[in-house]
Write a protein that binds this ligand. Sequence first.
Ligand code: HEC
Length: 102
Amino acid sequence: MQRFSIAALLSATLLASAQVSARLDLARGEKLHNAHCTACHGSMTGGDGTALYTRSPRLVNSMQELTARVRRCASGLDLMWFGKDIADVVHYLNEGYYRFGE
Ligand code: HEC
């Protein structure tokens, strides 16, 4: 049951990112990321926080996992981000660090 709803959530996420992919905004993703995400990660790594994205092993190993993780971290902050906010930050993290083929 829970497995099913996670699969449904992932497909909905993929669909949402496919719809906005033509308008992904790298600079906007970077701005959102730096405003909301680096402080906490930095306190964990003792640096600017980006070490989390290049550590080995990484938590995230695919675009799906990256999107799910960004959603989870953002919802922990009560940011109320919409599809485009998530998609732009995922785009920024993938271009800058993860480099999964899209
Ligand atoms: C309150 C602290 C906190 C904030 C704020 C936070 N994160 Fe995280 N993030 C974590 C923790 C803790 C982990 C590692 C979880 C683990 O190792 O199990 C993590 C891991 C991640 C990873 C996976 C790293 C890997 O190993 O591949 C990504 C991607 C990520 N966060 C994105 C974000 C984004 C985007 C934001 C801003 C919306 C954000 N995080 C805000 C605590 C936070």
